[in-house]
Design a protein around this ligand. Structure first.
Ligand code: FES
Length: 106
């Protein structure tokens, strides 16, 4: 079992278990992680699952695919380490991944 560490907007950490191949969004939603939203269910058409990869993980995730990058241009707080959590698939290399939530509301 793999672990994803979510840090909510109040800086509280929520470690949850994830299966290999499961998206980070799915892992968080299945554990009712606060501040995590998934309006489209992971179809990469809403950007509501936007979050930041922690600085310690920058460069260790695969680069965003074009469609994900296009969707990220629609979010309020797009940053160089922005990700759509539904597009991050868990692998053994990502065990311990740290994801930080940002305010996605306009
Ligand atoms: S859940 Fe909609 S883009 Fe990720």
């Amino acid at each position: 079992m793999l672990i994803v560490n979510f840090i909510d907007m109040e800086e509280a950490m929520h470690p949850v278990e994830a299966e290999s191949g499961q998206s980070v969004m799915q892992a968080g939603i299945s554990h009712s992680v606060p501040d995590l939203v998934s309006e489209c269910g992971g179809s990469c058409v809403c950007a509501s699952c936007h979050a930041l990869e922690d600085e310690a993980w920058v460069g260790r995730l695969r680069p965003s695919q074009q469609h994900e990058a296009d969707m990220l241009t629609c979010v309020l707080n797009d940053q160089p380490n922005s990700k759509l959590t539904c597009q991050i698939k868990m692998t053994a290399e990502l065990d311990g991944l740290i994801i930080r939530f940002v305010n996605n509301e306009y």
